[in-house]
Design a protein. Structure first.
Length: 114
């Protein structure tokens, strides 16, 4: 299984950004996809996950600002990020739990700065 993420970049505080990730390979129809992030000097943390039936989990600090969605037919997951803050600056990693195995994308940098 491979994960290819896109959409990172530089955005001003208060701005918006959308991350997308496509999974390829042998993908189960029942899986969970999502996003984690890691800021410099910090541990990797959950951003949001979404099950194949649409159930979602958000980290407290992201709920209400971030929206996760997926397209099961295309095996893609997206993260719409609004009202971004400097503390959202991190490398964002796409993730999938597929057949009880975790896979990670290479990460995409999101920088929130004026």
């Amino acid at each position: 299984v491979q994960l290819q993420a896109s959409g990172g970049g530089l955005v001003q505080p208060g701005g918006s950004l959308t991350l997308s990730c496509a999974a390829s390979g042998r993908i189960s129809s029942i899986n969970t996809m999502g996003w984690y992030r890691q800021a410099p000097g910090k541990q990797r943390e959950l951003v949001a996950t979404i099950g194949s039936r649409g159930s979602t989990v958000y980290a407290d600090s992201m709920e209400g600002r971030f929206t996760i969605s997926r397209d099961n037919a295309k095996n893609t997951v997206s993260l719409q990020m609004n009202r971004l803050k400097p503390e959202d600056t991190a490398v964002y990693y796409c993730w999938i739990r597929n057949f009880a195995i975790d896979y990670w994308g290479k990460g995409t940098q999101v920088t929130v700065s004026s």
